[in-house]
Design a protein around this ligand. Structure first.
Ligand code: KG4
Ligand code: ZN
Length: 337
């Protein structure tokens, strides 16, 4: 059994993990960056600088947590795309210096593949194709149909905002803070989602693409036509209505694809898969259809380095290593480059 040191710096969380080739996680440390709170969103250059400050100490702490030293590591894995380019470059440069200094193989990981692969940690035996993956993060909303191991087709994607972005932008419009997803999720628990309908999607279109820009406009119009007092009084109901609007959108296309293609397994991936309404409504809908639903526990939904390590396991088995001229890319999607 080999051990991988995995590094994730694609956005505003610095994370370092130690995972072995049996998918046991020995450490998965995440240092989030409160430095951005003042600005109501992630400031890219600031993110890079904070990664640079944290990465060495976090790596030392991860090794300590795993009760090992660099001598026990067999490979270095790092996320190379998609993400903020300056932030990714910190992780990639550090990973390269470790691989060079320690004489270890270097494994490049696509961040989105990491979000899917994290399910191997808790559901290894069930992650057998065919299955449909609903990838919902801050930058991506995609339906990926896996027909075999590592073979997939993107059958639907957002044509404007991503689901996480829809949560974040709605929260910003409502003055609720950042990141919007967890805040709306929490408020919604005390609200009534029938208060206002924000279910504006692409229901009539005969495809599996998503759109959230109509919802954003509806929220803006709603805010402009209500007083501050009314908005404050109904804060919980509005959060519940927004959340239901976003989840309705996701469910409609996902369930449609499952039904039409008779797929019996659905996998959730990405930060928005932490959403309680998305999880519980999908539990109900998949049970009705006899579809197996797989999702990560909360700590593995949002960005973390264990997911990068999980995606690297297969690459280590196949000896798919990168040279030391490896670069980082901001390119969106599931492929490196
Ligand atoms: O996957 P992730 O950590 O980073 C990216 O790769 O983008 O996803 C971050 C996104 C943010 O938009 C955040 O608001 C959303 O995931 N998110 C949630 C929840 N927790 C995080 N959205 C809805 N409900 C949640 N509980
Ligand atoms: Zn992510």
């Amino acid at each position: 059994m080999k051990k991988i040191l995995a590094i994730e710096t694609s956005c505003d969380d610095t994370s370092v993990a130690v995972i072995d080739t049996d998918y046991n996680v020995h450490a998965n440390l995440i240092s989030s960056q409160p430095e951005h709170d003042l600005f109501g969103g992630v400031v890219p250059e600031l993110a890079s600088r904070v990664h640079l400050k944290n990465i060495v100490h976090l790596t030392e702490a991860a090794l300590k947590k795993a009760q090992i030293t660099f001598d026990d590591i067999d490979a270095i894995a790092v996320s190379v795309n998609p993400g903020l380019i300056g932030a990714l470059l910190v992780g990639v440069s550090y990973a390269k210096s470790l691989a060079y200094g320690l004489g270890l193989p270097l494994i490049a990981v696509n961040h989105m593949v990491g979000h899917v692969a994290v399910n191997m940690i808790e559901h290894k035996d069930e992650m057998v194709a065919p299955y449909l993956v609903l990838v919902v993060s801050g930058g991506h909303t995609e339906l990926a149909h896996f027909t075999a191991e590592r073979e997939f087709e993107i059958v639907g994607r957002t044509i404007d905002d991503a689901a996480g972005e829809a949560f974040d932008k709605s929260a910003k419009l409502l003055g609720l803070g950042y990141p919007g997803g967890p805040i709306i999720d929490k408020l919604a628990k005390q609200g009534d989602s029938s208060y206002q309908s924000f279910t504006i999607g692409m229901k009539k279109k005969d495809n599996y693409n998503f759109s959230f820009s109509g919802l954003k406009t509806a929220i803006r119009n709603f805010i402009e036509s209500h007083s501050r007092d009314e908005l404050e009084e109904h804060k919980y109901d509005i959060a519940a209505s927004v959340q239901t609007g976003i989840v309705d959108n996701l469910l409609y296309k996902t369930l449609n694809y499952l039904d039409k293609n008779r797929i019996k397994k659905l996998v959730l991936a990405g930060g928005v898969s932490a959403n309680s309404e998305l999880r519980s409504r999908l539990e109900t809908e998949t049970a009705k259809r006899n579809v197996k639903l797989i999702y990560p526990s909360l700590k593995y939904c949002t960005d973390n380095a264990a997911m990068i390590g999980a995606a690297a396991v297969e690459k280590l088995h196949r000896k798919e290593f990168s040279d030391l001229d490896l670069n980082a890319f901001s390119t969106k999607g599931f492929r490196i480059l």
